[in-house]
Every structure is written in structure tokens, then in C-alpha cells.
Design a protein. Structure first.
Length: 681
């Protein structure tokens, strides 16, 4: 292979001089331009064109000549069987077809020079292009077969990521696996062209390097010795996708069962009062009453608590079951406890009231009062059911631990019941209250919650003071905390005594309706510790015990109780009605009446003026008056108000959201959506 370097005024002249020196044509040489000509300034310092010409021997022509020489030799040796010519795949010269082109074959860049065209490549992302061992930074490069090119790409490899997590209770161990991978990149073969683009292709292979022994060693470090899931461990070591696998699990403690009272009589058919027929009328004869129990009949069975089963963590530590508690049974009139049975000692209607772990059972007798309740008969207070055949006159009081039924009008009177109240006559300027014990506990629960919060703050302040040297040298440490408590109540906790006095007064008035003595005991303790002047030594432990008891009663007051109390009346005028359960006004409606229902409130007629509240929702046929008399209907934020006809002046309130109707609207269904906005459908 011969090479010459020639110079000329321009590229054409330099090539012509080189061809004469090699005695060759353009087709027989490769041409490389070493320097372009420059004219300089006014002919000074100009540069000549410089080229290098290399004479190239045709490989294809040589192969073809070798084939024909072999054939001639075989003929001269007189071989009878000549091979087929196509077996040799005689190639036609392809120098012309590849001239001036570049291509990639087996990952290597190849090219053929041409005097008329310079092959070029565009370097894609991820490729390092080396020319004669020098990295090329340009994106487009002219290539020549006189140079050596190398294409380099980066491969990628990532190890498997995995982590083991144990929950705080040591009941579950999970492994999170994100398998690793290898990415092999290469420059694919490309067809010959004058200008080609070099690109990268890649092949990704998932490689999970997590081993069984790795996991077991980690579990050993965590001291996991119990509850292995071997199949999940194997899955974690073989997975080809990211995932979480439960590889060990302990045994949860199985909860037991608190003691309970099993009723042996049916109390589901308790008197529900008059029924509204499909035509909208009320049939006051349709009532259900519970059949009376007889003396000696078993009313209920007391079951002891059932303990739970102990569990174990994955580290084989015991998990004790939650402690169970016996049921607390309070027996009222007409019942007695024999072994584990509650037996009726009197005939009558069984009354069962439950609140948390406390169950009160009693047999209520029934008092039937013929005629009216007036000054001649006096007030009626009875520990059972009361049925009044006549009216209840002005300023008269009827109180019952059971249900109250009044057949005629109630005027300017007070009716209080622990059970239900049903009247067949109108309620006029009266106050009736059903479920008195439940309402009382709700009121006391609110007061005692505030008192408990302040008591904890008082305890905290006393603790801080007792740690100071000044306290130890004072008379408080010897004479008790009473003087210090008085100072705190005067200076820092001014509202505490007011709330305590209110609590004591409510307990005194509602003492007959409280199921537990604990409410009274708290009242006595508050009086001794905070409301009276005494020389008795008061310790911090006594205040702590009182605070703990207040906390228990506050939690008990928030325990839901089945609203078995209800009120059913035809009409109400200028009255007040309170009930821990449902209230039904099934006649013409209510006027200027305040109604509070702990259950659902339903008024089949019209309500004009006043305020009504339904904890479980309100349904009313018509609200308001043509004169625009304001009427307020309220429910909690999670309940619904349904009104068939809402007239101007009607106000509805859901939680803290209020809306006033400025015109008559039909088919109202008010509720708050998920974002707390009022919707009316």
C-alpha cells in the first residue's frame, strides 16, 4: 500500500499532483484532506491545500481472481466433477457501492473513503466516540478509513435492595424486596450510509441476589424464633418484582369477654305508644305492652367474665390478654339475686337499663289513677309505671321510675319518667321529660369532665410546689394541703368551686334517678376537699383518688346507652319536651315549643315557632308561618333534616352551619357534604 502527500493551490490541484505521483486514478486511491487552502491577507501568509492519497488494492477482485485460478487448476488436473460456481459465492466488486459510506458491524465502526463524498456519523446519547484513542466531543464527525475508531458505552448494575421490619408489638416481621438488575448496552449494527446516527440499545435483566441465609441471619439478629412462614421467605428470595412479604408472625392475644346479663324475658316488645297508620291518622288503640312477670320467675342470668387466651410475639415473648371485668348488677324493686340468677320477687313489668358494665334490673309495679291529678289528689311519685285515666291539672307533678301514660290533657304540669311518656291529650304550657336518668348522667358527665381536667392541673401544680425546698420547710408539709388548696382556688382556679357547687346541686336534685352511688360519692368528696372549711388533714393521694373516680365517671357518661325511652304526644303548645330517645308528635303539631330529642324527632303536622333538636335527625311535615315567625331546627353535623314544606323565617342548623329560608321551599333535605358544605335537595 503506497501513500503520498501532495500540496497545491487548492484541493483539486493537490489531488491531481498526488494522482500523477502514484500513477493512479481516483477510484484506486483513498483521499484524506490534511489542510484546506487559505488566502491570507492581501496574499500574505496564505496556506496551500494538503492531501494524502493512499493506493488501495481491491479485496473483492483478488478473491474473484483466486476462485478462477482454482477452477483453471482443477480443469488442468482433469477432474471430472467440477464444483458449482454459486457454491463459492463469487462477489462482485463492491468498492463503488461502499465508497463514501460508513456503517457499524459487530459493534465496530467501519467506513470507505471517497474523493467525492466524506462519510459522517452523528453520535447519540450514551456513546463515547474515540478517534485514534482520543475522545471526540463533537456530536457530528467526518470519518476516514485511515483512522482507528472505538465506540464505548456504559453498562449498569444495581444490587438487590431489601430490608426487614418488625412492628412495635413484635407480632409481624416483613421483608421489603426490590430486586437488582444488570443493564447491558451496545451500539447495534447499521446499514452503510453516507451519514448514519449512532444510537444505543440496552438489555435489562432482573437479578435478585437476596439469599435465604441472608434473611435467616437477619431474623436471628432480631431474635425471631417463632412463627416463620417458610414459603414466603422463599418467595422473597425468588421474586423478580418489588414487593413486601410477611415472613414471620406471632400469635395475637385472644380477647376474653366481660361479664354480662342474659335476659330470660323478652323486653323487645316494650310499649311504643300509638301507631301512625298508612293514611296519616293515629290509632291510639294500637299499643304493645310487655306481659308482666310473675313472682319467682327468673328474669335474667348473670354470666361471669370469660378470660382471653395469651398470645406470643415472634421473639416468643408472652402477650397477656386484656383483662376482663365482671358485670355490675344493681337490683331495684321486685328482684333479688340468687346465686347467678336474677329472680322476680314481685309481679310486674321488668325494667332493664344498661350503661357500660353497669346493669340495673327492677320489677316495676303499675299504678292506675282513676280520674284527674289535681290539688285534691296531690302529686304522684311512684317507683313503677303510672297510668292516669284523666287529666293532669295546673302545677301538678307526676314522677315515675317506669312509664307514664296520660289519657287526657296535660296543662301547666310537670311529668318526669325514667322510661317512656305517652299522652293521648294535648300538652299545654307543660314540661315533660323521659329518660331522666340518662339526661341527668349526660349533664353530670359534662360537669365532671371539666372538674377532672382542672383537678389534674391542681395536682400538677401541687407536685411542682412540693418539690421545692421552701415547701419542705413550710407548715403545709405537716398540717396538710388544705391552706394551699384554698390559695390555688382563689388565685389560679377561680371557676373550680363554681363548677363543683353546680355538680353537687345537680346530684342533690336528681339523686333518685342515679343508678350508681359513685356520683354521690364524688359530690361528697368535692364538698369535703374544695367547698368546706375543715381542719381535716388533706393529702395529695386523696385528690388523686378523686380525680381518678371523676375520670371513670366521665368515660361512663360518654358510653352510648340504648335509647329505650321515648315520648309520644298528639300536640304541644308553649311547652318543653326532653327525651333521651325518640320524640313523636303525631297530631296537628307543635307551637312555640322547645323540643330536645336524644334520638330521632318526627313531627307529622306543623311546627310554628320555638326550637327543636334531634340528635339522630329530624323529620317534619311543615315548618313556619305566613307571618315569618322564626323557627329553629337543629341536628348534629352528621345528621339530616327533612322538611316537606319550609316557610319563610325557618332556620336550620347542622352542626355550626346555619341557613335561613327567605321564601317557601318544598322537599327540603338538608345535610353537610364531605367538605362540610350545606346541601339542600
Amino acid at each position: 500500500m503506497r501513500k503520498v502527500v501532495s500540496k497545491g493551490k487548492n484541493i483539486r490541484e493537490a489531488i491531481s499532483i498526488g494522482l500523477e505521483l502514484l500513477d493512479a486514478t481516483k477510484q484506486e486511491v483513498d483521499i484524506e484532506i490534511l489542510q484546506q487552502e487559505t488566502k491570507g491577507f492581501m496574499g500574505i501568509r496564505g496556506k496551500q491545500a494538503v492531501v494524502q492519497l493512499t493506493r488501495v488494492e481491491s479485496i473483492e477482485a483478488k478473491e474473484e481472481t483466486d476462485v478462477f485460478n482454482e477452477l483453471e487448476k482443477m480443469i488442468e488436473e482433469d477432474q471430472t466433477e467440477l464444483p458449482k460456481l454459486d457454491t463459492y459465492k463469487i462477489k462482485q466488486p463492491q468498492v463503488e457501492s461502499l465508497a463514501g459510506k460508513v456503517w457499524v458491524e459487530n459493534g465496530r465502526l467501519q467506513c470507505k473513503s471517497s474523493p467525492s463524498h466524506f462519510p459522517m456519523v452523528t453520535i447519540g446519547e450514551g456513546i463515547q466516540f474515540y478517534k485514534n484513542n482520543q475522545l471526540v466531543k463533537e456530536k457530528t464527525v467526518i470519518v476516514s478509513e485511515l483512522d482507528v475508531y472505538d465506540l464505548k458505552v456504559k453498562h449498569e448494575e444495581r444490587e438487590t435492595r431489601w430490608s426487614v421490619k418488625m412492628d412495635l408489638n413484635k407480632l409481624k416481621v416483613e421483608v421489603k424486596v426490590d430486586p437488582g438488575y444488570t443493564i447491558t448496552r451496545f451500539v447495534p449494527d447499521t446499514e452503510a450510509g453516507h451519514n448514519i446516527e449512532l444510537r444505543v440499545e440496552e438489555k435489562k435483566e432482573v437479578v435478585n441476589t437476596l439469599r435465604y441465609s441472608d434473611l435467616m441471619k437477619k431474623l436471628e439478629n432480631l431474635r425471631v424464633i417463632h412463627g416463620f412462614y417458610q414459603d414466603e421467605i422463599v418467595k422473597a428470595t425468588q421474586t423478580e418484582s418489588e414487593g413486601i412479604f410477611l415472613i414471620a408472625e406471632g400469635i395475637k392475644a385472644q380477647p376474653g369477654k366481660d361479664g354480662w346479663v342474659e335476659l330470660k324475658v323478652n323486653i323487645d316488645d316494650i310499649n311504643e305508644g300509638p301507631k301512625e297508620t298508612s293514611g296519616g291518622r293515629v290509632d291510639f288503640r294500637e299499643t304493645k305492652t310487655l306481659p308482666n312477670v310473675e313472682r319467682g320467675q327468673v328474669v335474667a342470668v348473670i354470666h361471669p367474665p370469660e378470660p382471653g387466651k395469651m398470645g406470643y410475639t415472634v421473639t416468643n415473648e408472652p402477650l397477656p390478654a386484656k383483662q376482663t371485668h365482671p358485670v355490675i348488677v344493681r337490683t331495684g324493686n321486685g328482684v333479688s339475686v340468687v346465686d347467678d340468677k336474677i329472680v322476680a320477687t314481685e309481679s310486674g313489668r321488668p325494667q332493664v337499663e344498661e350503661r357500660g358494665k353497669l346493669v340495673k334490673v327492677a320489677i316495676l309495679p303499675k299504678l292506675v289513677h282513676e280520674g284527674n291529678v289535681n290539688l285534691a289528689t296531690g302529686n304522684i311519685r311512684f317507683k313503677g309505671d303510672v297510668e292516669i285515666v284523666g287529666e293532669v291539672d295546673e302545677r301538678m307533678v307526676v314522677e315515675a321510675e317506669g312509664d307514664v301514660t296520660v289519657h287526657k290533657t296535660v296543662t301547666s304540669a310537670t311529668i318526669t319518667s325514667s322510661g317512656a311518656i305517652v299522652t293521648y291529650g294535648n300538652i299545654i304550657s307543660s314540661e315533660i321529660s323521659a329518660g331522666k336518668s340518662n339526661l341527668l348522667i349526660v349533664e353530670l358527665g359534662h360537669l365532671i369532665g371539666t372538674l377532672h381536667r382542672d383537678a389534674e392541673r391542681i395536682i400538677s401544680v401541687i407536685r411542682q410546689l412540693t418539690l421545692s425546698p421552701a415547701f419542705k420547710s413550710s407548715d403545709f408539709s405537716r398540717g396538710g394541703l388544705q391552706p394551699l388548696i384554698r390559695i390555688l382556688l382563689e388565685k389560679k382556679f377561680k371557676d373550680f368551686q363554681t363548677q363543683a357547687k353546680r355538680y353537687v346541686e345537680v346530684v342533690r336534685k336528681g339523686e333518685d334517678y342515679l343508678l350508681e352511688d359513685d356520683w354521690r360519692q364524688v359530690s361528697v368528696s368535692l364538698t369535703h376537699l374544695f367547698l368546706s372549711i375543715t381542719n381535716e388533714v388533706t393529702s395529695l393521694e386523696r385528690i388523686k383518688d378523686l380525680s381518678m373516680k371523676m375520670k371513670e365517671l366521665h368515660e361512663q357518661s360518654e358510653t352510648p346507652v340504648e335509647p329505650d325511652s321515648y315520648i309520644t304526644v298528639p300536640n304541644a303548645l308553649n311547652s318543653k319536651m326532653y327525651c333521651s330517645g325518640n320524640i313523636l308528635v303525631l297530631g296537628q303539631g307543635a307551637v312555640n315549643t322547645k323540643i330536645h330529642s336524644g334520638g330521632k324527632l318526627k313531627i307529622s303536622g306543623i311546627i310554628r315557632g320555638g326550637e327543636v333538636y334531634g340528635r339522630l335527625g329530624v323529620e317534619i311535615n311543615e315548618v313556619g308561618a305566613e307571618s315569618g315567625t322564626p323557627t329553629l331546627i337543629s341536628v348534629p353535623a352528621d345528621q339530616t333534616i327533612s322538611i316537606q314544606k319550609a316557610m319563610e323565617g325557618t332556620i336550620i342548623r347542622l352542626g355550626s352551619t346555619k341557613y335561613t329560608f327567605n321564601q317557601t321551599t318544598y322537599g327540603v333535605r338538608g345535610r353537610l357534604d364531605s367538605e362540610g358544605k350545606l346541601t339542600l335537595h
